[in-house]
Write a protein that binds this ligand. Sequence first.
Ligand SMILES: [Zn+2]
Length: 121
Amino acid sequence: MKSVRKIFQFVNNVYSEKCPSCKQGYAFKKGTKLFAVPEMNVACDACQYKFEREPGYFIGAMYISYGLSTFQAIVAYLLTNMLWPSISIALLLGIITMTLVLFAKLNFKWARLIYIYIFPW
Ligand SMILES: [Zn+2]
């Protein structure tokens, strides 16, 4: 039961973009434009935890982003196939592509946050 609570806490912290150290400050700047790449804060406002330790630190987050987008594509495929079994391949691919485009900005943030939570200071 304790581990389930920890998993929910982890998902909540990643979803709410909280600092991995103090869980109070925010990792990303708020109010960025809709199609702009999300900007990460240099350090936490509350505890001064440095988010990017060295140049290229977040390259490993690409693997997490790949996993997230693969999972989303599979879920989009299964849902579309379940709700609309006679759909054409082209439309199915279009729906999967739209799903990936819609989640791209969130995946960028989630992948970096999950990476920070996996490899803290
Ligand atoms: Zn903090």
